[in-house]
Design a protein. Structure first.
Lengths: 233, 221
């Protein structure tokens, strides 16, 4: 069993569980309620933590894609795919928790504020990447095509940020005073944010490693199938 | 030279058949009609609406033209020829992108006045910035579109995939092009549109460079 020789990987699920329990305790029990927004503000700890990982996932897809194009290493290809899938999941978490928080606080489910717009565009790029992987067909070249999209998508990010800021900049940003990280005065709140960020980072890493293992088995299976039926494609 | 050879090949095919340009223009016209029926122009008239209409129709119609741009190569086995040709692959990309750009320029030049007339607004004050904005905008569509058209046509899903791949990437371009076009239609000068022109210009430079570099990995057999 190859998995026996990886103590760090075996430890990852347990670390994730521990961190997640600690985060839940800090978010729901230890941290005080925010004065103006009340209990709904507690969604913020997971919302922001998920957003960090969603953006990090995007950068990781691009780095893994560059590595794959430069070296042709299949592991990099699997890393890019796993990061895109898990990154898409975390972006979805951000886009679901955001409106749940916004409705009671801002009075609307959605506003075209730069951060929200940015996140939804990011989501569509992840979706495009996964559609290419899904609809592309299973040939060797697909990894290269996906890598090109992974890199080009990351190149697009600064342009997206600038253009959306200019676009919405004409109007005053909604509720600027209630920007998430503006009001973190309580030290317990800061600790709760850091711990839930850590817990989500561990969860992200764990899911990515699981997905990579699955893909490795998948690749192996495809290779064996190909060997078993020569000249049949 | 490679660039020029490919531009000339693509454009002479287009000149003799006119297939791509005519379908692009007809689709754009239909899109304008559908927008007009669905979003009453009497309520929305003005430079903002003309600019928005122009860029939405251009993006959708361009997808059709871009999907066709590698069709001949794909169906007639031209890929092997392109891959075997002893030329820089980046130049093949630039040639294809330039040919697509010419089509889009012609389309934009016809659609812009048509949109303005159909929307029926009389308060437009176009400035010299207008052609520059439109040119930078269609260059960006062609830069991103040509790269991903080459990818999409070689996948299982083919045509379906192209808009899914390029629309998200074109988001900053659409924002900048629509805003800048609206500005240029309502009397704004180069200086007033500086930040939008910068966004458009950077978009073009970044994606032309990316396509030129990445085409090696797309054509590789």
């Amino acid at each position: 069993m190859a998995s026996r020789s990886r103590p760090l990987r075996d430890l990852l699920p347990w670390l994730t569980c521990l961190a997640m329990l600690a985060a839940i305790y800090l978010v729901f029990v230890a941290a005080p309620s925010e004065r103006e927004q009340g209990v709904v503000q507690r969604i913020f700890y997971f919302h922001v933590g998920a957003a960090w990982m969603a953006f990090a996932g995007f950068a990781l897809v691009a780095i893994a894609s560059l590595w794959f194009l430069a070296r042709g290493d299949r592991r990099a290809d699997r890393l890019a795919l796993a990061n895109a899938e898990v990154g898409m999941l975390f972006t979805t978490i951000v886009l679901v928790t955001g409106p749940i928080w916004a409705r009671p606080v801002w009075g609307v489910w959605w506003t075209w504020d730069p951060r929200l717009t940015m996140t939804v565009v990011l989501w569509t790029i992840y979706a495009a990447y996964l559609m290419l992987r899904r609809l592309g067909g299973g040939d060797e070249a697909l990894g290269r095509y996906a890598a090109v999209l992974g890199i080009v998508g990351a190149l697009d990010v600064p342009l997206i940020i600038v253009s959306i800021r200019l676009w919405r900049g004409i109007h005053p940003a909604v509720m600027l005073a209630k920007e998430p990280d503006a009001g973190l005065k309580d030290p317990t709140m800061k600790i709760a944010l850091l711990v839930s960020g850590l817990a989500l980072a561990l969860l992200f890493t764990w899911l990515v490693s699981l997905r990579m293992r699955l893909q490795k088995v998948d690749d192996e299976l495809a290779r064996l199938n190909l060997e078993a039926t020569p000249r049949m494609r | 030279m490679t660039v020029w050879a490919i531009v000339r090949k693509d454009l002479s095919i287009e000149l003799r058949t006119g297939e791509t340009l005519s379908s692009l223009l007809l689709l754009a016209l239909l899109a304008i009609l559908i927008f007009a029926f669905a979003l009453d122009p009497a309520l929305l008239a003005g430079a903002d609406f003309v600019a928005g209409l122009l860029w939405t129709t251009l993006i959708f119609a361009a997808t059709l033209a871009l999907n066709r741009s590698f069709l001949l190569e794909h169906e007639a086995g031209g890929w092997t020829g392109l891959a075997l040709a002893p030329v820089d692959r980046g130049s093949i990309y630039l040639g294809k992108a330039a040919a697509n750009l010419v089509l889009l320029i012609v389309a934009a030049a016809l659609l812009l006045p048509l949109t303005a007339v159909l929307v029926g607004t009389t308060r437009l004050a176009p400035t010299p910035a207008l052609p520059v904005v439109v040119l930078l905008g269609v260059t960006g569509i062609s830069a991103v579109g040509t790269l991903f058209a080459a990818i999409a046509i070689r996948t299982r899903a083919r045509e379906v995939l192209l808009p899914l791949l390029i629309f998200p990437l074109l988001a900053p371009l659409v924002i900048a092009a629509a805003k800048a076009t609206a500005g240029a239609l309502s009397g704004k000068s180069f200086a007033e549109l500086r930040s939008w022109l910068l966004v458009l210009g950077s978009f073009d430079v970044i994606f032309l460079t990316a396509g030129w570099t990445a085409f090696d990995f797309v054509i590789e057999e």
